[in-house]
Design a binder for this molecule. Sequence first.
Ligand code: HAM
Length: 419
Amino acid sequence: MKEFQSIKGTHDLLPDDLKTWQRIEDRIRQIMQQFGYGEIRTPAFENTELFIQVIGTDTDIVNKEMFSWVDQGGNALTLKPELTAPVARAYLQHQLGNKNPLHRLYYFDSLFRRERPQKGRQRQFYQFGAEAIGSPNPEQDAEIISLAYHIYQDFDIQEMEVCLNSIGSAEIRPAYLKLLRRTLDKYRGELCNTCETRLGKNALRIFDCKNLMCQEILDIKAPCIFDSISADDRQHFDSVTCILNAMGIPYKHDNKLVRGLDYYSHTTFEIISSSLGAQDALCGGGRYNGLIEQLGGKQTPAVGFAAGVERLILALGKMEDLDSAPDIYFITLGENAIIQACRMAHEIRKKCGKTVILETLRRSMKAQMRDANRYGTKLVIILGDEELQKNSVLIKEMSTGSQNEISMDGIIQYFNKKL
Ligand code: HAM
């Protein structure tokens, strides 16, 4: 018989993993709410065209990483590889801009990219992120950066660095790309094949290349987009850095940081951590002032970021265990006790709000006690034939071993007082 395995680049999350995940998720939600962000959830798949239009045809995501298919009705669909495009689509579809001039949205969701799996890089992965749609002002960029930074600080991530740049407005792009092409044309033959093609089509994407030779040429020879931005764009960048300084958020100006998606303008940023190895980006984001308009809306400035959950967990290392032991372990002995035990466990959960683990394997007393110890339960209820006859249960305190006999009718009152 074929033994099925999870698909390459995907992973199961088991109850022990999820203890950490849920704590992380809860805390991220709290922080997002503290900053005034409301949650948005979008469908798992969208029209392929949305991602092509928004992310850009020459990007790695669109070129080679999307899980796309044509359904039985002939619709071209794609599992979402990122969330900025779906959020922008939802913002327009629900006319959120008419309801409020500024929307602060956050998400915690699962995404799909057909990348080569390695540490910190999966084909199905989770992101949390935030999008602020409506404000053109530098304080909004600073809020987004500080939100991401605050989350990592809250989790006590030590080794991290905020890398910041501005790629200016879309208007300066043609002149800069012309300059970049002119410079890099001299190195045709030395660039990798993909970059040769990118040079003719979308030269900015050359900065996404991981090829060492291409990177060396870019490092030494390529003009920086930051040097081409307008005085207004420069002013915006300076204001963002000024606010970050006032907030005490350290950053490094990385004038090569253009980000791998086509929709950015002005601010681009990443928070990296050397503890992650090759995939060192904890998160990334920036402004995308042209995106809403590109999708048919009014000109609407926006800025956001997204962060890999698995990478946060890698950077965290081991989290201390929380006391998650159940309050009560219910031991039943003999078939006659089962119905009463089920009824009482149900009532204790409902009326006393306690966690009750009920034995359903019909094991021996010894095996059930061992199981209760494994759970680290504080109290054990024992119900066997003898107790049934007396209409009572035995309650054993695990730390002291002391036992109490309680009438079945008084058990709710007992636990409401006791725990
Ligand atoms: P991104 O840089 O493609 O940006 O992804 C953001 C983060 O998601 C990365 O920094 C990384 O932590 C995580 N990530 C990406 N791909 C993978 C993967 N294959 N496996 C594990 N983690 C991964 C975006 O997605 C933009 N939508 C961010 C944004 C929001 N810009 C503005 N608003």
